[in-house]
Each structure stands twice: as structure tokens, then as C-alpha cells.
Design a protein around this ligand. Structure first.
Ligand code: NAD
Length: 494
């Protein structure tokens, strides 16, 4: 029997009558859960609950908030196997990969456990005669977090943990495809001691997000998902006077220079291209082969592809699971066909691979001689497809990447420090790896791309996130001497 996924308002399961959405197991295509879509009233009640809880949560001592962060870390660590199974079931990624996701999510919980430092303000004594000035950080209020399917636990942990540590109350709106892990994390937060109402979950799609954006009680929106949705959420939230950070899609290039260690580069192309079936916003989707090494590199990558096993995450020998939906599979296979039609060379074709007959599987695919005007290059594929673009020089590689609309991550593979330094300096991308194919910053730094990969000013998690979820207030103080006149009509200077 399918389990029901409720909304969680003030820590209580809410299952409004009406809209029910099936949650499918991507490895079989069969329904294994049923999502309760939040109706208008449920969304409004969740916002009211958050608004009410915010009043006392922002007064909660920071030491107590810190304790909850430590408790949460302990709960997730001790039950990581259980959470990994939940993620793996609804997303399809392997258990190893799900454990990796949990570890990266925990990094932010650990960063947030240092909230005493992150919430500290500034103080300037004697800024003018007898006048001191301090800057304090205060929470924004009720904030909403809208998350994608591909990291069902990690992206919620990026957002909600920081927002809560900073003293806000949260409405989480997870992906309809992967709602179980989000509910699991919220329940773990409550178990860690978070008071009811500080963290609520509403399920659904565009209509729920639109209501959150339009409700005046919600002060900020954090979003991670595809670029068209990120762009429209950014515009709509700004129009509604909200703070907004909206992270979008990606097309990450990996440049392989002629002097690179080709064995290592081929290994990295495989891991970064096909891990999680390519459904990572930092996955490599384009290998830029510079100069004469292209043939050798393509051969090494294709030899490695032959060793990969695609199958359900329940098979311990699967390297890669299914993609998320039948629509995603159709989009990916359609783009592979478009590449063939446009004259690219399909070196390994994931459509013809030895795949399970049920579920939404696409095998690892390698497409050579791709050029920038092809649809397979221009669109985000978000599947297990590596394209190879051949260029003659480093300058051509840089020009190619800087001309792309997406700018989430990129990497250069070289043995030459000067080339790497030049790449870092010239490349117009938010996260850069040098011989590191997936340069996701560790928790002490923040995460974010440039151009169409991020709309807004602040990156996610880490220090920038504390800025996003707080407002600065500057207090100027004087304790006047009762024996001195305070009358002065001039503009105060000192
Ligand atoms: P998506 O844009 O379809 O959905 C993301 C969230 O937005 C979901 O919660 C969904 O319910 C909601 N949503 C969907 N359509 C909406 C609309 N029209 N209006 C308002 N809300 C809407 O993305 P997805 O398919 O869940 O995730 C994959 C995408 O996310 C890829 O493009 C990937 O690159 C991107 N992504 C980016 C990052 C990053 O950090 N930049 C991280 C992970 C995923």
C-alpha cells in the first residue's frame, strides 16, 4: 500500500481532502506514495503557524538554538542509513550517493552549530564624542524554501538549517517527486527539540509556490531548481517586495588540457558525468578536449563507460540508477537523437544499453564532435550524457565557456599552474575546480553560480546564507551628560 505524505503544520500532519498526487518509484515506474497537496487554506495556516512561532523563536537564546543544531546532527548521523534508503527509494540514486548527499547536508548543520559566531554583530566605540555604534543581525521573519527533486535532503538542509539558526520561521515546499526525505528531515528537526511552528512543510507545485510568493507575511524566498522557474520566481518575488535568491540550472564544462593526466581526467569525467545519473547541478555535461588529446581521451572515457552498471539502487552492483520521471527520460533520449540528427557522433548510446525494462532508465551516453549551435549543447540535459566539444586552444575553451548562458561550475585539468591560474582568473563561472571535477564548496564557503545559474545577490549556505536570512540594524547610542545642553540644529558630525 502507498504511504501518504502529509503536510506538516505546527508539527501536526495535515491531509486536506482534494488533490492527491502519486509519488512514483523511478526504478519501477510504480506508485509507492501519495502526496497530499496543500490547498489554499493549508498554506495560509502554515504561514500563520510560522508567524506565531517566529515571535518566540527569535527570542530563543542562541545557546538553545546551537543545542538543537548539535542534536539534529546527532540524529541524522545516527540514522543516516535510514535516511539514505528514503532518498534512494524516491530519487533512484545509489545508497552510496545518498550517503554522500547526507554528508554534504550535514556540513551545513555543522556550520550552523557555530551560529554564535555567525550571528555576531559589530561594535564601534567612540564613533563620535560619547557616541558608540553597533550593528546587529536580526532574522527576517517567515521565510519560504522551495527545493528541487535531485537532492531531496541536502538542499532542504542547506536552506532551512541556516534560516532557523538565524532565528527565522520556515515554510518548506519540497519537490513533488521527492517529498519523503523532506518530511523525514523536518521530523528529525522536531525530535532535536525545535518548537512546533518554526518549521512547516507544504506540498504541491506552482500554485502553492505562487501563494507563498504573494502572501505579504512571507518575507523571503530561497529557491533551487531549473532556470526558467528560477527566473520567474526571482521576478515575481521581487515584484512582491521579497528578498529572493533563486538558483537555476547548469551546463558544467570540464576543460582537459594537452598536458593533463588523461587517466585521471577520464576517471573524473565518468564520476562527474554519470554519478547520480547526471542529475546533479554540478555534474559535468561537457568535456572540452583541447588540442590533439581528443581521440585518446574519448577512447579512455568510452572504455570506462563499458564497465558501468545501470540498475536500481537496490542492486548493490549498480553504479547509476534511473532518471526521475518518464518525461525526463523522454527529454534526455530526445536530445541524444537531436545530436545524432545534427551530425554529432554517438560513441556510446545509453538508449540501446542493457537496461532494466521497467522504470525510467537511460544508460551512460557519450557524444563526440558536439558543436555549440546544437540543441544538445545549448540545453541543460540533466541526465547521464557527456558531450565532447573539441577545441584547438585554451583561449577557445575559455571563450566557449564564457559564451554559455549557464555558469554554475567548471573545471580545468592540467599539470601547469600558470594555465590553472589563468583559467581561475578569466573564467566567468561561480565555482571552479582545478583537477577537481565537482567543485562544490565546503560548508564554510557559500555555493552559487553566475549568470543564468543564479538570480539574486547571495549564494547559498555558509556565510552568505546568514546574510540572506538576517537584516542588519545599526544602533547609535549616546548617554548624555545631564549638565550639557543637547540642543544643536546642525547635522551631527562628531
Ligand atoms: P524544477 O524547477 O522543476 O522544480 C523545482 C521546485 O520548483 C520544485 O519544488 C517544484 O515543485 C517547483 N516548481 C516547478 N515549477 C514551478 C513553477 N512554474 N512555479 C513555481 N514553482 C515551481 O526543478 P527540478 O526538476 O525539481 O530540479 C532540477 C533542476 O534544478 C535542474 O535544472 C538543476 O540544474 C537544478 N538544480 C540547481 C541547483 C543549483 O544549486 N544551482 C541545485 C540542484 C538542482
Amino acid at each position: 500500500m502507498s504511504s501518504l505524505v502529509p503536510n506538516l503544520v505546527s508539527g501536526v500532519a495535515v491531509e486536506p481532502q482534494g488533490s492527491r498526487v502519486p509519488v512514483l518509484d523511478p526504478a519501477t515506474g510504480e506508485e509507492f506514495g501519495v502526496l497530499c497537496r496543500a490547498d489554499e487554506q493549508t498554506v495560509s495556516e502554515a504561514i500563520s503557524a510560522a508567524e506565531k512561532a517566529f515571535v518566540s523563536w527569535r527570542q530563543t537564546p542562541l545557546a538553545k538554538r546551537t543545542e538543537i543544531m548539535f542534536n539534529l546532527r546527532q540524529i541524522i548521523r545516527s540514522r543516516a542509513d535510514e535516511l539514505a534508503k528514503v532518498i534512494s527509494r524516491e530519487h533512484g540514486k545509489t545508497l552510496d550517493d545518498a550517503m554522500g548527499e547526507i554528508t554534504r547536508g550535514l556540513e551545513n548543520v555543522e556550520f550552523c552549530a557555530g551560529l554564535l559566531s555567525h550571528m555576531k554583530g559589530e561594535f564601534l566605540e567612540q564613533a563620535a564624542t560619547g557616541i558608540d555604534v553597533k550593528q546587529i543581525k536580526q532574522p527576517v521573519g517567515v521565510v519560504s524554501c522551495v527545493t528541487p527533486f535531485n537532492f531531496p535532503a541536502m538542499v532542504p538542509l542547506w536552506m532551512i538549517t541556516t534560516a532557523i539558526a538565524a532565528g527565522n520561521a520556515v515554510i518548506l515546499k519540497p519537490s513533488e517527486h521527492t517529498p519523503f526525505a523532506a518530511n523525514w528531515v523536518v521530523e528529525a528537526f522536531h525530535e532535536a527539540g525545535l518548537p512546533p511552528g518554526v518549521l512547516n512543510v507544504v506540498h504541491g507545485g506552482k500554485e502553492v509556490v505562487d501563494q507563498l510568493i504573494e502572501d505579504r507575511r512571507v518575507k523571503a524566498i530561497s529557491f533551487v531548481g531549473s532556470t526558467p522557474v528560477a527566473r520567474s520566481i526571482y521576478a515575481n518575488a521581487a515584484l512582491n517586495g521579497k528578498r529572493v535568491q533563486a538558483l537555476g540550472g547548469a551546463k558544467n564544462h570540464m576543460v582537459v588540457m594537452p598536458d593533463a593526466d588523461l587517466e585521471a581526467a577520464a576517471d573524473c569525467a565518468i564520476s562527474a558525468g554519470f554519478g547520480s545519473a547526471g542529475e546533479r547541478c554540478m555534474a559535468i555535461s561537457v568535456v572540452v578536449a583541447v588540442g590533439t588529446i581528443a581521440d585518446e581521451l574519448v577512447e579512455k572515457i568510452s572504455n570506462r563507460i563499458k564497465t558501468l552498471t545501470t540498475g536500481p539502487s537496490t542492486n548493490s552492483d549498480s553504479d547509476m540508477g534511473p532518471v526521475i520521471t518518464a518525461e525526463a527520460k523522454d527529454r534526455i533520449t530526445g536530445l541524444i537523437q537531436s545530436a545524432a540528427d545534427d551530425g554529432a557522433t554517438i560513441v556510446c548510446d545509453g538508449r540501446g544499453a542493457d537496461l532494466p525494462t521497467q522504470g525510467f532508465f537511460v544508460g551512460p551516453t557519450l557524444i563526440d564532435t558536439v558543436s555549440p549551435e546544437m540543441a544538445v549543447y545549448q540545453q541543460e540535459i540533466f541526465g547521464p550524457v557527456l558531450c565532447v566539444v573539441r577545441v584547438n586552444s585554451f583561449d577557445e575553451a575559455v571563450e566557449l565557456i564564457n559564451g554559455n548562458q549557464f555558469a554554475n561550475g567548471t573545471a580545468v585539468f592540467t599539470r601547469d599552474g600558470q594555465t590553472a591560474r589563468e583559467f581561475e582568473f578569466r573564467i566567468e563561472v561561480g565555482m571552479v575546480g582545478v583537477n577537481v571535477p565537482i567543485p562544490v564548496p565546503i560548508g564554510a564557503f557559500s555555493f552559487g553560480g553566475w549568470k543564468d545559474s543564479l538570480f539574486g545577490d547571495t549564494h547559498m549556505y555558509g556565510p552568505e546564507s546568514f546574510n540572506f536570512y538576517t537584516r542588519r540594524k545599526v544602533v547609535t547610542t549616546k548617554w548624555p551628560n545631564p549638565n550639557e545642553t543637547q540642543i544643536s540644529l546642525g547635522f551631527p558630525t562628531n
